[in-house]
Design a protein around this ligand. Sequence first.
Ligand SMILES: [Zn+2]
Length: 271
Amino acid sequence: MPKNEGRNRSEEKNRPEEKSLWRKCPACDEIIYDKELKENLWVCPKCQGYFRLNAGERLHMLVEEKSFRETITRPPSFDHLGFPGYAAKTANLSASDAIVAGTASIGKHEVVIAVMDFEFMGGSMGSVVGDKVAMAAEAALKSRRPLIVVSSSGGARMQEGIISLMQMAKASAAIARLDEAGVLFISIMADPTAGGVSASYAMLGDVNIAERGALICFAGPRVIEETIKQKLPDGFQRAEFLEEHGMVDIVSDRKSLKGILIKLLDILDFS
Ligand SMILES: [Zn+2]
């Protein structure tokens, strides 16, 4: 069983930005000391803007220290379309593909957790992502531990064509089996959660939580505006807008997220 704290060697190798001690805030352009940013859960201390988190950073902020074990792994995606450059690209990126999955503790609760990684090809959902979500649901079903999935994805992975769309059904069916068995599933949507991920497991939580300001949509706002030739309302498809319209249950700021998760587990985890 591989021991992993949400980060593996190939990820380290391919994160040149982590070698820098400073990062630039995408919202206000301030240069911030990396350590300060980490202590502030990757929230800009100047403008309170959110940095997108990779899977390791997300696990760091959500689960108890050193409790994560990457127990759910898959071989790399099979390049069945022979998509130009795809095999080389995935071979050069993290072995975890766009999702890291395993077991961890959150508060006093043992959970199965899968965290998507937007840094891996925009968090796109190919066969490895679909498999690992389904496997995480199966592990939760078998152990009757709550399942937590943190989504951050541009949607289905075009390099895998129709196979990527099939993942929606596979993952949703696995989540449905959890539902029938009465095992808790909490979905957390980070910026952005789009396309086939928003249209499948990300929206199927017993509780759906969105991080403040996150874009959560099927087609993005630009595509919709260009199609309907109309200006969209302010905040359209953002977490708060979805909460107002009953599409998500809770909007959480980043610092409150773990506390909310523990409260929900205290109330709803019967394992
Ligand atoms: Zn900022």
